[in-house]
Write a protein that binds this ligand. Sequence first.
Ligand code: MSP
Length: 502
Amino acid sequence: MARFYVTTPIYYVNDAPHIGHAYTTVTADALARWHRLLGDDVFFLTGTDEHGLKVQRAAEARGLEPRAHADLTSERYREVWSSIDIDYDDFIRTTESRHYKATETLMQAAYDNGWIELRPYAGWYCVSCEAYYTESDLIEGKLCPIHRTEVEWLEEENYFFKLSEFAGRLLDWYESNPGAVTPEAKRNEAIGLVRGGLRDISISRTSITWGVPVPWDSKHVFYVWYDALINYATAIGYGEDQARFEAWWPSVHHLIGKDILRFHCVYWPALLMAAGIDPPSRIAVHGFLLVGGEKMSKTALNQISPADLLPTFGVDGFRYHFLRDQAFGPDGDFSYEGMVARYNSDLANNLGNLLARVSTVVEKKCGGIGPAPDPSSELAAVAASVLESAGSAWDRISPSEALEATWRLVRETNAALEAAEPWKADPGPEVDRVLGDALEALRIVAVLASPALTRASQEIWDRIGLAGRVADQRLPAAAAWGGYPGGLPVERGAPLFPRIAG
Ligand code: MSP
């Protein structure tokens, strides 16, 4: 059985979940659901990143111990993920003992291999990024290039990871694994970072205690990023269950935002190599969701939370928007008006209307019993080509194209109904044929759209009289034309996607 391991970044617990975080997490969830439909053995990991100065300060600001603060915010992530049907297999918290163990094991291996050493360090530090910057990176010599807030001068003795010695190996890795970092522009960016010259990096701190202690020197804790990255190994048993780890690694799909490319595409593969582990097989980088042209952030005060949108759009409308309208890769501007327009056209007018029409006419012309499809229907070829296009789009991590392809079947089925106008015809074989085809198309759309529409897909399934769960269907068989048996009661229910006033 094929295995599919997909991860989101683990989110800092200094921030509340917003739609930028949701965008990545919904994408990972939809991919996991697609692979479950394919019958793959799926492991979908998300979680929270709980160490570091930023979290320690956020906790202090609330008058809480870091762990108590992390408990509360981590729980908020879980609640928000559950409110949008995120079905993860594991939710990792970096404060768990399994993660301490994995971090210690991996870093100890890198240390024993001679890739880590103690050196003095001083530099400009941005607490929001949890990263040091060189003078030339700074705006006006004092502002963080990402947050535009003032950086701080920090001096300490740190353990250094000898990253500079990995340039050749990293370039070989990119060369021999052209699909490892996508899209191409981001791969080139990563290669550019390596070619531009790598400095050794500081991976420990003595100035804070809120972190995973360095196993060979307990005055230090690992700098938050170097424990955080290791979460991807922890969750599949690294340091505890080697056989399990090897079953899943290195075949992993990391989904990340472009701001954390350097950590994932340069530091992480090098750190793994240093510990004698293969680099990840796939890192898919996406752009930012912009609000009013700016990245959403606490400092910019432009955050939108899923709860702001769910009452209007529902879980399906929410998920559909981020999968269909925000292409995975480039930056995308979030627009409420755009979200309403897409909901009304694809969900209310196209899919919702198809179901409403078919169930109304089946009630009127077929006594409420759905007829079987025509095996030689022209829609059969459409369904086959839609399955192929959708499958290849999900493989490329392009949910927007996968859903666009799926909606081709919705549109063609609506067009076939409009051409045949069964609502005007007398009951008989011709009406049965058109409606049977439409029911079959609805059945297939319910399966293919289920990674996005977790609720409506099941609702369609139930209303057209099918038993069981859509999520238990298996592709490609479930998308083969002719699966709707006919003779099932079709229910005419309330509108699936009530129109939203613009
Ligand atoms: N904790 C680190 C990740 C460690 S992974 C080993 C971190 N956390 S974060 O919460 O700040 O960001 C997590 C992810 O959310 C990043 O991929 C980031 O790009 C993404 N996003 C945060 N705001 C975003 C948008 N406005 N739009 C899209 N994604 C954005 O970095």
